[in-house]
Write a protein that binds this ligand. Sequence first.
Ligand SMILES: [Zn+2]
Length: 286
Amino acid sequence: MQIIDTHCHYNLEPLYSGDPFCFKVKENDPILKMNWQDHWKKAQEHGVTKSVVVGPGLSSSQKAVEIASNNEGLFAAVGIHPERANKIIDIDQAMIELEKLAKNKKVVAIGETGLDYFYLKTDDQNEFEEIKQRQEKLFIGQIKLAQKLNLSLILHVRDKEENAYHQALKIIEKYWQFNNSLIFHCVSGPTSYIEKALAFKKSYFGFDGNITFKKAEEIREIFKLVQKTDSKKILLETDAPYLAPEPHRGQVCEPLMIIETANYLEKNLEANLKEIYQNSLDAFGI
Ligand SMILES: [Zn+2]
């Protein structure tokens, strides 16, 4: 079996250097002795031939570029995650920095970018609005940058309700020109949103380890809808170190665990892994 992990974070801890960071890892866990090279080697031994290392922030994007630069099968995406919107002091300056990074020849996409209202507290309405505005400014900036540099765009959209999904669509329809791939990473959201996204030219949908979770019926339904509409739009990702598939849920997701998600999809949802492999090559032109 050959697999491409279209979204993972070798650039984040504990994968990068074995620093437990904010994960609960036992002291004697072998993962603390591993760095990203070890994880990449292990993943390759399990049939992962290529991976896209995605930057949720400026310093991790820089790391993604460095990682990809010296490794044939690794590619980079540079971007600023919407949850960082409040930490970026000067958004215009951040866009200039991002553009510098994005000019590296191993960069295949801008992202992850989008809207994330999941953890936003709504008790202070002014603050809520301000953060939303900042997320939008970052999102639109990154859309424009992807267009300028002729790169794909990796979207992260998440909300407990439907607002972020509908707002993201509005922004995409207004600013994105649909010349390059538009990747709905770790896809979630209401059916009307998925249907619209499916109708977009060059849209792709990334599925992660959370599709194996017992209560993930909604994500499995999205998978079936994409499969039925156009199975050439399906991609496979880990989002490692996050979203470890069953039976590893709650642990650090190691990139090689993509095998388990792939097996699950093949067995339970009749996924065509060969086709998904080709879709990944097409989506990123790698
Ligand atoms: Zn991610």
